[in-house]
Design a protein around this ligand. Structure first.
Ligand SMILES: [Zn+2]
Length: 235
């Protein structure tokens, strides 16, 4: 059997560690090839540690470095930054085409995405406009665009079409699939606390992560879990 390739997509450094850091760690340990893809570098974030007034370029550099450290903790093979403007993403053709080229280059058969169809709008963090834009553009990039030879992105990277097999959506109201992350909960906490510029109280983050994962664990019948809505892609 061919080795699974997993691409985890998010908008900002730390999104992916929250959504799927445990799953990334478990799957990487199982031998899956895991990539992180971020549409922005989080340059609009504040520096909570130094409280410095940093330029956007300096902030992007810090956050990319933190994300690479976090990704290394869970065994991600490569972090891809698309360097689009933090806080200003739209689910347009430009973003879709950019994601089609990424899918055709990395050739993942499994995708982890933020939820493109949030039903509640009851959480400002979860439904950040960049999260929604990335998720919707990715949904449209996966099918039918990436797998269709006649879909030519702009710019055209000249890559052959690629069909994804299945997608795991994180952050929705109705999860139907759980990944047991009990063996990786410490790595998830360590990955999240690697985003030092964004964190004032690492203990508080660790406590919250364990509590949240334990809630899904109780639903899944294990100590700690991450929850997703799973969808197969038409072939
Ligand atoms: Zn985010």
């Amino acid at each position: 059997m061919e080795r699974d390739i997993v691409a985890v997509f998010g908008a900002h450094p730390d999104d992916l560690d929250w959504a799927a850091g445990g799953t990334a760690a478990v799957w990487a340990k199982q031998g899956k090839e895991v990539y992180y893809v971020l549409t922005t570098s989080g340059e609009s974030g504040e520096d909570h540690i130094g409280k410095r007034k940093l330029s956007r370029t300096e902030m992007a550099d810090i956050r990319e470095a933190e994300q690479r450290i976090a990704a290394g903790v869970v065994g991600v093979k490569e972090v891809v930054f698309l360097n689009l403007p933090d806080g200003r993403l739209e689910p347009n053709l430009q973003l879709r085409d950019c994601l089609v080229n990424v899918l055709r280059r990395l050739k993942p058969n499994i995708i982890i995405s933020l939820e493109p169809a949030p039903s509640a709008f009851d959480n400002f963090y979860l439904y950040h406009p960049d999260h929604r834009a990335t998720a919707v553009a990715l949904y449209d990039a996966i099918y039918p665009a990436a797998g269709t030879a006649t879909y030519v992105p702009e710019p055209d990277a000249g890559l052959p079409p690629h069909r994804v097999r299945e997608v795991y959506f994180s952050g929705g109201a109705n999860p139907d699939t759980y990944v047991d992350i009990t063996e990786a909960i410490d790595l998830k906490v360590q990955a999240l606390t690697s985003h030092r510029s964004q964190i004032t109280d690492p203990e508080q983050i660790a406590g919250f992560v364990r509590e949240w994962a334990a809630k899904y664990g109780a639903e899944a019948g294990c100590a700690y879990a991450e929850a997703f809505r799973r969808l197969e892609v038409p072939q």
